[in-house]
Design a protein around this ligand. Sequence first.
Ligand code: GLU
Length: 471
Amino acid sequence: MSAARREDRPVVTRIAPSPTGYMHIGTARTALFNWLFARGRGGKFLLRIEDTDRERSSPEATAAILKGMTWLGLDWDGEAVSQFDQKDRHAAVAHEMLAKGAAYKCFSTQEEIEAFRQAATAEKRSTLFHSPWRDADPATHPDAPYAIRMKAPQTGETVIDDKVQGAVTFRNDLLDDMIVLRSDGTPTYMLAVVVDDHDMGVTHVIRGDDHLANAARQTMVYDAMGWQVPVWAHIPLIFGPDGKKLSKRHGATGVEEYQIMGYPAAGMRNYLTRLGWSHGDDEFFTTGQALEWFNLEGIGRATARLDFKKLENLCGQHIAASDDAALLHELEAFLAASGKTKLTSAQRHKLLAGMYCLKERAKTFPELIEKAEFALNDRPVLPDVASAKSLDVVSRGILETLPPRLQSVSWTKQTLEPILTEHAAANGIGFGKLAAPIRAALAGRSATPSVYDMMLVLGRDETIARLQDAA
Ligand code: GLU
């Protein structure tokens, strides 16, 4: 089938993480690319847990993957599939390859292969193992355990037509006859991944470029089975800000950590989409736009570098652009995920009323909560050291005469603005000199939302009570 027709099939992508630890930020980005590509084309996005390595796989790691995907809003079609559950199917395909003559039984033992390798190393020959059983007459087969090896082409080249890397050529004489089924009957990763992708109808394999060489071997399995090779897109890995392989010393590498640090999911999606993919000069965009714009052509070939400043900047823009109720909902999910105290219904109410101003210039949920502290905390307000300085005797006197002016006016910014301006003028001070003690009285700190916003969020009674407390 021609490449063009192959790409015309309804899109099916997948993410196939190995559950051997926490969910890496690179896995999250690969999942996101696959999700955007499929969902933006009305296709399917599948999740397969590659748990064939029984020793390294754990249910906790699987749970972390599902949780990370859910947090990022990357929904998958159907149930998450366990690769291990398909082991009988993998074995059956290995035997089918055998029956077709595309694979053979290899009776070489581990010891024989090891001895060959040592001798080859000592004699400085290629250590590529050529099984003596490749062309053996079945009549000579012993009654002993055997592995099934792929009868790989020994000459010519395998070309991977990659959407990101271009045409990548692998010399067949440098690849051995890989084992597809071990002598204990378990499938190798290289077989399992192809069988599963074929069975799940995967049309596009978008994954890290550390798998590029695997694509050559996997292509041989597709060819041997007469199956259609998927469209490949091997994306450059994520590196640290210094251009070195991403590690803990660069900061968080696990998806869960980002949730606990309080980044909004939409900001995370925006940032991860931009990490290695571009659409002109667009930096800030919605998930809807990403779904519309995402394509394989926009994926760059250079390694992507994690940039926390950029992440925070985008997250701030997403918080500011969010719908108030949705933001409150996500903030509560953040509190739960990070083990913080739940909001009371009164606090929820106050937050919702104040969200319009709280969401400006907060890059994370902890920053938003800090801005909201004036509204979340009850009286008496305890001023911090800096704001206590604005509550000297003169200022307290000025605060004392303010409440009577506020008693029966309408509680809007338009009405309050001239009242405060007049009050400052009547006391012979500028507005700034009045704002500082009001901030101290209402919030107990000097960095707060505007005094009007605080007054509006707190309401008349609470505002007056706090002013009186301070005076
Ligand atoms: N299980 C592999 C990994 O976690 C992914 C394999 C693939 O995407 O083909 O790296």
